[in-house]
Design a protein around this ligand. Sequence first.
Ligand SMILES: NC(=O)c1ccc[n+]([C@@H]2O[C@H](COP(=O)([O-])OP(=O)(O)OC[C@H]3O[C@@H](n4cnc5c(N)ncnc54)[C@H](O)[C@@H]3O)[C@@H](O)[C@H]2O)c1
Length: 447
Amino acid sequence: MSSTRRSFLQTSGATTMLAAAAQAQTPKGANDKINVACIGLGIMGQGDVATAVTVPGVRLAAVADVYEGRLTKAKEMYGKDIFTTRDYREILARPDIDAVIVAVPDHWHQIMACDAMKAGKDVYCQKPMVQKVEEGAAVIQTQNETKRILQVGSQRASSILYAKAREVIKQGMIGDVRMVEAYWDRNSALGAWQYSIPPDATPQTVDWDRFIGHAPKRPFEPIRMFRWRNYQDYGTGVAGDLYVHLFTGIHYVMDSNGPNRIMSTGGLYYWNDGRDVPDLMMGMYDYPETKAHKAFHLGIRLNFAAGGGDSSGFRFIGTDGVLDLAVGGALVLKRKPKDSEPGHTASNFSKATAAEIVKQYQTKYPAQKASADGMRANSEQRWVLPPGYTEQYAHHENFFNAIRSRKPVIEDAVFGLRAAGPALLSNVSHFTRKTVNWDPETMVVKG
Ligand SMILES: NC(=O)c1ccc[n+]([C@@H]2O[C@H](COP(=O)([O-])OP(=O)(O)OC[C@H]3O[C@@H](n4cnc5c(N)ncnc54)[C@H](O)[C@@H]3O)[C@@H](O)[C@H]2O)c1
């Protein structure tokens, strides 16, 4: 573990809780197998399992899913001996299961994560940790009481690119960060969540009532299940689904607990396919000063109606420089010239005057070139991810290491709620047309 990451873990309030919790667990030996089960083997569940089983000592033992086709897929991918069921509680009742991956629609996250921890399982819970801010306290409390490991699945917190950004900022290389910009643009049918609806989806192959759960009862309508993100009853819109990754990244890089003021707006402009969530949102957030950072402001945008393809990134803007992070790509640091090297604008003047300005400049700043231009960044540094690197693997490895060591994970329930909170409250601000005040320390809405 890097010293950056270690220092983060040591300073997080939540980790104190987890560290205490971990003492009560019996660590698994380095050679003990970890039996994992997946609840919800859809797009991400399949991705999570594919990654998890590449971590040494981890094997998939069981899958729960309410759609029969996904149980068939489980056996196709992992063999006929995989235990499958439509009812996730059957998995929680099995003593041979050590950990579960919760990769179901958002309205099930809190219930399943808590049920799993109460059943003695460690949990990798997909983001956003909860569908509604008010559900977060129960996850934190259950993690505390059951002393289980819970890792929230917003994998950027484990990325070495973000760790480098955090280090650059901690070292003061861009001065005091006073502004952060984050964005995610994508405009394609799949980018906008128009996923395939399997032709064999019927009330016989789908346990519709189990999918609906505590959401409002409705007759069978497969589009709502296979494109659940497009409906407020099950998903969390672009803010809960995608901002949450951006908040995870910002909070990790800035060592921040979150904003205290949330203002958000948006609309549905392009994907008029019956969805009841916006396809474009923008938000403004005030981050108060803490021990770790000065007060700063965040501007976010997410645009499914952007014609330029898929791109996402961050800009950390400091008094001495700017750090650009392109998601999945590179980190670029640009620093302004030192105030002691101001440059000159001699070329705007007559030859004789220009020569005199250059002469005076060189006398005052002997170490500098006469042609110094004070407007441009005087250095650029770049870090690029090594080929084959995946933060997804790093995040799962962090989870499975924690299961063995009972040491804290990088993204526990407190981190998860602090990332989900401002994302979910962006929806509240948008729909109520009001500013939302949030206490990032206590994680409660202030009205
Ligand atoms: N970390 C990431 O980068 C990332 C990326 C994509 C999705 N996700 C998250 O993963 C989760 C799943 O998203 P997805 O894209 O895989 O959705 P999906 O619709 O492809 O898969 C969800 C699966 O859950 C099943 N399911 C629904 N209700 C269930 C229930 N009550 N019990 C058991 N199974 C149930 C569905 O049949 C489906 O197979 C979401 O929370 C999403 O936000 C995270």
